[in-house]
Ligand binder design. Structure first.
Ligand code: PFF
Length: 468
């Protein structure tokens, strides 16, 4: 990834090899979305029902949009704005890329807060505080006292943005690429070990039933919207992250295989997280509706039940922080690539300015929990209504903006650029074809199913006014 420091078209860098791209793209996809956002969205969406709709969206929308974004990026070799300018005629299209750039900053501004929490929990894990949590109540207290004072959450989100900045500036990106080669598989193995322990806990089976049995009575527009947003968020789609990463991929790469691998790995890790959180939740008697705090409340109790719990907890939160870092890097990269390519800024300048700006935006989200009483609309509040910036940002940027972005990307790719050109770009560079039905189905999904499905959900939401 070091070579992506160059800008401009001819000198544009490429990944250091096949593994470089796959790992970076999988690293972008796999992150807090899988381990933090997926479980609490499942809990809010009624368990198995959410999982079912989510899986459907991953297959019907996520994978096709992923292939579309990667093709757009590789063919244009540009950032999202430049990609639209280069390939899709029409004055309005670069704005779709612009929406993606804005969304990247919007997501980074709350994502870094949660990433900061993982650093805080890493500290707690190493100091042995976490393994002391025997049930949901004690671990809930640990969490509440952590976020009650916003000092650490704010400081740690700043620290996380600083780490992201260092990587994007190019300093240690080679190291990150190399480190990911080892750390992603390590995260996977660790999650499997934790899942085995979780399922065998008392009450573990109830967790599994909850995770995999759809309760149709919970079906609502919000659940459908949440699952759609989650499928896009988890795969880093709808804002051009995969256009940007695709722009550094060589023609030798088989994008079909890459796309399928990324989607499978990402979904597998989310399901594994579910296999850990829900059995443990039932065991610890924790509150499933703890929202963004869910994972942080539930997880400590499993470490308490594991031999070498402190070691497991430390390893888990280190790996989670690294998984989050490879995602924040891709978020920042989208915004930086835009300023470098389109505005002629220096990479260093752009990275500093954007991450500084995102820190500024992150503060209200970090306060959302700690200073909740001040914004809660309740007693002692300075506002007459509840203003939870974290949830608000998560919804606006992480669900709506990504969905609108994915819709517009599909229209641009399939209707303006055209399915034949899209498939040709996808398979550019030699013998890269996919069996016939796969190509036809993908073209149909990108042209008809994805835009229509997203549009229907959005229209229903506007008509019924059930925004959140
Ligand atoms: N996919 C990341 C995750 O699941 O944690 C989050 C993300 C990264 C979303 C990059 C969007 C994006 F462009």
């Amino acid at each position: 990834m070091a070579s992506i420091q160059q800008s401009g078209n001819q000198s544009r860098g490429q990944w250091s090899g096949r593994m470089g791209f796959i790992l970076a793209a999988a690293g972008s996809a796999i992150g807090l979305g899988n381990i933090w956002r997926f479980p609490y969205s499942v809990a809010e969406g009624g368990g198995g029902l959410f999982v079912l709709i989510y899986l459907f969206f991953v297959l019907a929308i996520g994978l096709p949009v992923l292939l579309a974004e990667l093709s757009l990026g590789r063919e244009s070799r540009r950032n999202p704005v430049g990609a639209f300018k280069a390939l899709i005629p029409g004055k309005m299209w670069p704005y779709v890329g612009g929406l993606g750039v804005l969304t990247g900053a919007g997501i980074l501004a709350f994502y870094s807060v949660i990433a900061g929490w993982t650093l805080g929990y890493l500290g707690k894990a190493v100091s042995g505080t976490l393994v002391q949590a025997q049930d949901g109540e004690t671990s809930g207290e640990i969490f509440n006292s952590f976020v009650a004072d916003p000092f650490w959450p704010i400081l740690l989100s700043g620290l996380f943005l600083l780490l992201t900045l260092f990587v994007v500036r190019g300093g240690v990106s080679k190291g990150i690429e190399r480190a990911t080669t080892l750390l992603m598989p390590a995260l996977f193995v660790l999650l499997i070990a934790m899942a085995i322990r979780a399922v065998s806990l008392q009450g573990g089976m109830d967790g599994l039933i909850y995770l995999f049995t759809p309760d149709w009575s919970k079906l609502s527009l919000n659940v459908v919207m949440g699952a759609l947003g989650q499928a896009l968020f988890s795969l880093s789609l709808g804002m051009g992250a995969m256009i940007t990463y695709g722009s550094y991929v060589s023609k030798r790469e088989n994008l079909w295989k890459s796309g399928i691998f990324i989607a499978t790995a990402d979904t597998g890790i989310a399901l594994l997280a579910g296999l850990i959180i829900f059995p443990t939740l039932f065991f610890a008697n924790a509150d499933p509706l703890a929202g963004p705090g869910l994972v942080f409340v539930v997880l400590p109790t499993i470490f308490n039940q594991m031999p070498l719990g402190t070691v497991f907890a430390g390893a888990f939160f280190s790996l989670l922080a690294i998984a989050a870092l490879t995602s924040t890097v891709s978020l920042l990269e989208v915004v930086v690539a835009y300023f470098v390519d389109e505005k002629g800024w220096k990479r260093n300048q752009a990275a500093v300015a954007v991450s500084g700006f995102c820190f500024f935006l992150a503060v209200p989200s970090a306060l959302a929990f700690g200073a909740a009483p001040a914004f809660s609309g309740g007693e002692g509040s300075i506002l007459p209504f509840n203003l939870d910036f974290l949830t608000l940002n998560n919804n606006i940027w992480g669900n709506y903006s990504l969905s609108i972005g994915a819709f517009l990307i599909c229209i641009g790719v399939a209707w303006v650029w055209g399915v034949p050109r899209f498939l040709a770009a996808l398979e550019d560079g030699g013998d890269r074809t996919f069996p016939m039905p796969g190509r036809e189905v993908t073209g149909f999904l990108v042209k008809i199913v994805c835009p229509l499905a997203v549009l229907i959900v959005l229209i229903f939401i506007v008509v019924t006014g059930q925004y959140f």
